[in-house]
Design a protein around this ligand. Structure first.
Ligand code: NI
Length: 264
């Protein structure tokens, strides 16, 4: 069965048919979806979605493009939300210097604080990182070392991985996995295709980032976890293995990384 490790089904693009769509996943081979928080409000709506849908799990967190108006006690708010059993990750958190070059220090601070929260709670993180490879890896190296020194575990997924293969190896050596979605089916994604060929299947998980980044042949349309099959097929093609192996192994990887998916 397919596990979609990163999606946004509380997005208004699903307002018309959310119930039907989520209900159709099981028959389409998708057993679990992890919905991401991006602000306090979407962390709340994500938890609500998870509580009311058996196949939806939640991540709570503050996205680097959503820092405006962030309440000072946001960490305690997020912490409180993790009391719900179906909160299985902290996300989506990270750094984005593509959309916002003016608040780098604030982004780094909020990223670190949420990494520390995740380590304290033993929850894996879902990381958004764009044009910020060096700062992301440096912060992760420091925070993983700090967590380990305290007997805590800090691990997670580099969502929508798009950096070099060398960078991929550095993240993997820290214990992180790469989230692979629709981009790997795009004609112009040469760099990512090289990375997928070179990185062991044990280090990859599948994702949509729905409603964004639908794979070919749906590129540009609203994404759905049902399309992950096209991503698995592309990975299988690049690695010269069967799609079934990609699906089985990536599911195993996700279950191993995110214990909360198997709880209850
Ligand atoms: Ni996302």
């Amino acid at each position: 069965m397919i596990i979609d490790t990163h999606a946004h089904y509380d997005d208004e693009k699903y307002d018309e048919d959310r119930e039907e769509l989520l209900a159709s996943f099981w028959a389409g081979g998708v057993s679990k979806v992890i919905n991401m928080g991006t602000r306090i409000e979407t962390s709340l709506s994500t938890v609500e979605l998870a509580k009311t849908h058996e196949n939806v799990y939640a991540a709570v967190g503050i996205h680097p493009e959503e820092l405006e108006g962030l309440v000072p006690d946001y960490i305690s708010v997020l912490w409180g939300l993790t009391a719900e059993k179906k909160v299985v990750m902290i996300g989506e958190i990270g750094l984005d210097y593509y959309w916002d070059k003016d608040h780098k220090e604030e982004q780094k601070k909020v990223f670190r604080e949420q990494l520390q929260l995740a380590a304290r709670l033993g929850l894996p993180v879902s990381i958004h990182s764009r044009e910020a490879a060096e700062d992301t890896i440096n912060i992760l190296e420091e925070e993983v070392a700090a967590a380990t020194a305290k007997g805590q575990r800090l691990t997670g997924i580099l969502h929508c991985f798009g950096y070099s293969t060398e960078m991929a190896k550095r993240f993997i050596s820290l214990g992180f996995l790469l989230g692979i979605g629709g981009v790997c089916t795009f004609k112009n994604s040469k760099k990512l295709k090289e990375t997928i060929k070179e990185i062991p299947l044990e280090k990859l998980v599948l994702e949509t980032d729905a409603p964004y980044l639908a794979p070919e042949p749906y590129r540009g349309k609203r994404n759905s976890s049902l399309y992950i099959d096209f991503v698995a097929a592309a990975i299988a093609d690049l690695k010269g293995i069967e799609k079934a192996e990609v699906l089985a192994k990536t599911e195993e990887n996700a279950l191993k990384l995110i214990p909360g998916l198997s709880a209850g």
